[in-house]
Design a protein around this ligand. Structure first.
Ligand code: ADP
Ligand code: MG
Length: 246
């Protein structure tokens, strides 16, 4: 079996109203790769993920997705406010048809994985923004995704919380080795989390640079202050600036 989870060739997307959101995007993601996508607002990043998830269709080119189980995390945690944390998380395996005790067990495990053991009976409004995002992560984890899509999941959080959640995602990736696509507007987040960064131009989004990230999967927060990290950040920022203007 091929470990190629996502294979985009010349993908273009024009919405019915006439907006062209994507233009000839080539992107291959294998299991064990974590690709960060950076690009300016409105350049088609969410559209790209929607096609990767099967919710949207390319209007040009070929978009092949070979994943069996898909995780999809959004900027908003999108929890049901009247359900407890545990029930929110148990909701996903429910959709996949597991029995109730098995669902709750999986939900408990996933909550423990994201450090929320003590909070399963809380309601979403009793949690901080960072904790709600952890619940959202846990919910996707119950599906044991082999393709994990993230659409600016930590964009609304304060810097420290954002970095800590990034560490969690890295740890999960090291453990599970899914294929990851992580959309962000933060250059340092893209670089810190990924094995590869693709930089997109302003709309219509095209890939203007691809950076293979040379760091191993075990990463330390101090990495952000190294010369190599700074040099790669500069390259990505420059590509972003040039792609935006073009
Ligand atoms: P990003 O996530 O990079 O901010 P999006 O993929 O959300 O960008 O949007 C890219 C472009 O496509 C934007 O100009 C947006 O207005 C347009 N767009 C997004 N969704 C739709 C839609 N359902 N119908 C028409 N235009 C859309
Ligand atoms: Mg978006």
């Amino acid at each position: 079996m091929s470990d190629l989870m996502l294979d985009f060739r010349g993908v273009g997307l024009t919405y019915p109203g006439g907006t062209t959101a994507l233009e000839s995007v080539d992107l291959q993601v294998r299991r064990g790769e974590f690709v960060a996508v950076v690009g300016p607002s409105g350049c088609g990043k969410s559209s790209l993920l929607r096609i990767a998830s099967g919710l949207g269709r390319a209007s040009e080119g070929e978009a092949i997705v070979d994943a069996k189980r898909l995780g999809y995390v959004f900027q908003e945690a999108t929890l049901l406010p009247w359900l407890s944390v545990l029930d929110n998380v148990a909701l996903f395996p429910r959709l996949t048809g597991a029995g109730k005790p098995a669902r709750r067990e999986r939900a408990r495990e996933a909550l423990a994985t994201v450090g929320l053991d003590g909070f399963q009976d809380h309601l979403p409004h009793q949690l901080s923004g960072g904790m709600r995002m952890r619940v959202s992560l846990a919910r996707s984890l119950t599906l044991e995704p082999d393709l994990f899509l993230f659409d600016e999941p930590f964009g609304a959080l304060d810097e420290l919380t954002r970095q800590r959640l990034g560490e969690e995602v890295l740890r999960l990736f090291a453990e599970m080795r899914f294929a990851g696509v992580f959309v962000t507007r933060s250059v340092s987040e893209a670089l810190y989390l990924s094995t590869r960064v693709i930089v997109m131009s302003g709309r219509p989004g095209r890939v203007v640079d691809t950076v293979d990230v040379p760091f191993g999967i075990e990463r330390d927060p101090g990495l952000r202050f190294t010369a190599q990290f700074a040099a790669l950040s500069e390259r990505i920022s420059t590509a972003l600036r040039e792609g935006y203007a073009a």
